[in-house]
Ligand binder design. Structure first.
Ligand SMILES: O=c1ccn([C@@H]2O[C@H](COP(=O)(O)OP(=O)(O)O[C@H]3OC[C@@H](O)[C@H](O)[C@H]3O)[C@@H](O)[C@H]2O)c(=O)[nH]1
Length: 368
């Protein structure tokens, strides 16, 4: 049919039936552009061709206006690019229209430290997206922000890719409780796959990336105190090695993305921290001792109790994380309290604090 129409339209020009009058040379050259324009206009106006041309142009420009993202990344490259960087194409977060929007941040994790960080970032006027798979993080930790238009909570496991548009990524995903170390593959996967996905995201959107690492990267240290330049003394096959080695790998990946892809990175090596929203069944020494003192049970001091630790309050840690993110310091940075004491001393301190706490009648519900 298409072929037929095409032939027909060429064969029936309206003036073709008129008797031919040989034109003068000058008249022929003067009328040539006019007859070409008339022929073009005639061609376009036949069979609504002009309408189709205009409709096509409108549809094409609408598509490219609505999908500038696709237009700047040719399909040819997307599959490789997304596979390599760990992204799902097309998952655009509606809240942040541009990566450079002021005050846009993402905090990964609604756990103990993450939830305090969220409080602080929101209080200073940032927009915050929290991603958590709620394995150890809890909705209750951030429930007081529900209804705040600057806050969003997404149930998502960072071992799967995600695409968001933010300025800063605080990567806190990974259970730190000693009770979680039995979920070995989970721990390791979060530190490796989760960190890769978050670094890929930072590279893609040009965000600054902060990894929360741990003092555990020093292992059983042979140097005291541990400086950031110390490479550590880690057992690669111990029961808690999945955590220590997982964080060491996460640090390696972070520095690789900095050197190889120029991602702006920060690494916080967090020392022992305590404060509200720690789980009582966390397994860490402070929460164990507090729970035991409240229940008037004997305290489980491991070994001879002469091993030392330093403890920082969670709000001090959060201030440190934000200051580190804002600083120009690339590479690991220890965040902790320089004052150390033994676990025997800690047991006495906790016993004393809990005793005076329970002396207040109002707190009796927590005490036995
Ligand atoms: O009930 C307990 C628990 C722990 N301990 C001792 O207390 C010390 C501290 O143990 P914790 O498990 O609380 O803390 P750790 O120093 O081993 O690691 C901790 O600090 C750094 C963080 O990054 C880790 O996530 C966290 O587990 C250890 O010597 C441990 O043996 C007890 O004596 N009794």
């Amino acid at each position: 049919m298409k072929q037929l129409h095409k032939q027909t339209s060429h064969q029936i020009p309206t003036h073709a039936a008129k008797p031919a009058k040989p034109p003068s040379r000058s008249a022929a050259s003067a009328s040539a552009p006019t007859s070409f324009l008339r022929a073009a206009a005639w061609y376009l106006l036949r069979e609504q061709r002009l309408v189709f041309v205009i409709a096509g142009a409108v549809i094409a420009s609408t598509f490219f206006l609505l999908h500038p993202y696709h237009s700047s990344f040719p399909l040819l490259h997307t599959s490789d690019r997304f596979l390599h960087e760990g992204f799902l194409p097309g998952v655009r977060h509606p809240s942040f229209s541009s990566p450079s929007s002021s005050g846009g941040s993402v905090a990964v994790g609604a756990g103990f430290v993450g939830s305090h960080l969220v409080d602080k970032l929101l209080a200073r006027g940032d927009n915050v997206i929290v991603i958590d798979n709620f394995f150890t993080g809890r909705k209750e930790n951030v429930v007081h922000h529900f209804g705040n238009p600057s806050f969003e909570l997404i149930r998502h496991d960072v071992v799967e890719p995600i695409l968001l548009e933010v300025d800063e990524i605080y990567h806190l995903a990974c259970p730190a409780s000693p009770n979680c170390f039995k979920f070995l593959t989970f721990e390791y996967k979060t530190n490796v796959m989760g960190t890769l996905n978050m670094l890929g995201l930072a590279k893609r959107i040009g965000a600054r990336f902060l990894l929360t690492s741990t003092s555990e990267v020093y292992g059983d240290p042979l140097e005291h105190p541990q400086k950031e330049t110390y490479w550590g003394h880690v057992n690669p096959i111990g029961v808690r090695s999945c955590y220590d080695e997982g964080k060491r790998t996460a640090e390696t990946l972070t520095m690789d993305y900095h050197r190889g892809a120029e991602v702006e990175v920060r690494i916080a090596r967090i020392f022992n921290t305590y404060g509200p929203r720690m789980c009582l069944d966390d397994g860490r020494v402070v929460s164990n001792f507090v729970a035991q003192a409240l229940r008037k049970e004997p305290m489980t001091v491991y070994g001879d109790g002469k091993q030392t630790r330093s403890f920082q309050f969670v709000s001090d840690l959060v201030d440190g994380l934000i200051a580190l993110m804002q600083s120009e310091h690339i590479g690991p940075f220890n965040l902790g309290n320089p004052g150390e004491f033994t676990m025997l001393e800690l047991a006495e301190i906790v016993k004393e604090v809990v005793r005076s706490f329970c002396n207040h009648r109002i707190q009796a519900q927590y005490c036995r």
